[in-house]
Design a protein around this ligand. Structure first.
Ligand code: FES
Length: 193
């Protein structure tokens, strides 16, 4: 037998759901996306620079100082110049331009010819010597040696130098793993500043 209470409860529940379905909302609406507004407000708190958009604001704010355009250009110019100097690539040397220089490996007691597209380290190893190295990329100082004839940059070019300071170069130190000769000289291997 069907329960009258059950039927009435079901009917009540159904009517309640139908009434809720057609009832008006509370009027509450989700706020608009304010992320753009927040970004603009934050951008307004950092100083303007003379750079064009979108680089014309200091990143991070919080007391960052605007860089005058002239200074920025100067710094960029120096950077470009430094990269140009440091950007020596031995692969750019055409076969016709390969030259050989006499390098005296003082401790090894021999003088060998080294091409201007060959590192001192490679040439020394080909000469049969067990020379020190670690990274072979100019990033440590394991392979350092000293040119005894004068400032290193008068005798070699580095394809990469991430270790030696200007003073070290002036004292003749070089990274043999990335140093290519431009003159003949005497090298003391296993010497670091
Ligand atoms: S082996 Fe690391 S700088 Fe030469």
């Amino acid at each position: 037998m069907v329960s009258l209470v059950g039927v009435l409860s079901g009917l009540t529940l159904t009517l309640t759901l139908v009434a809720l379905h057609y009832a008006k909302g509370t009027g509450w609406e989700a706020p608009e996306d304010i992320s753009q507004e927040v970004l603009e407000q934050r951008a307004a708190t950092v100083p303007e620079t003379d750079f064009p958009e979108p680089y014309n604001r200091a990143i991070g704010g919080g007391g960052a100082t605007a860089i005058p355009a002239g200074e920025a250009e100067g710094e960029l110019g120096e950077t470009e110049e430094t990269e140009a100097e440091a950007g020596f690539d031995p692969d750019d040397i055409a076969d016709d331009d390969v030259e050989y220089y006499e390098i005296e490996f003082a401790k090894e007691g021999e003088t060998i010819e080294v091409a201007n597209n060959e590192t001192l380290l490679d040439a020394g190893e080909e000469g049969g010597w067990d020379l020190p190295y670690a990274c072979r990329e100019g990033q440590c100082i394991s392979c350092a040696g000293q040119i005894t004839d004068g400032p290193a940059e008068e005798y070699i070019r580095h394809s990469n130098n991430g270790s030696l300071m200007d003073d070290d170069l002036d004292d003749g130190y070089c990274l043999t793993c990335t140093a290519y000769p431009t003159e003949g000289f005497t090298l003391e291997t296993s010497e670091s500043p």
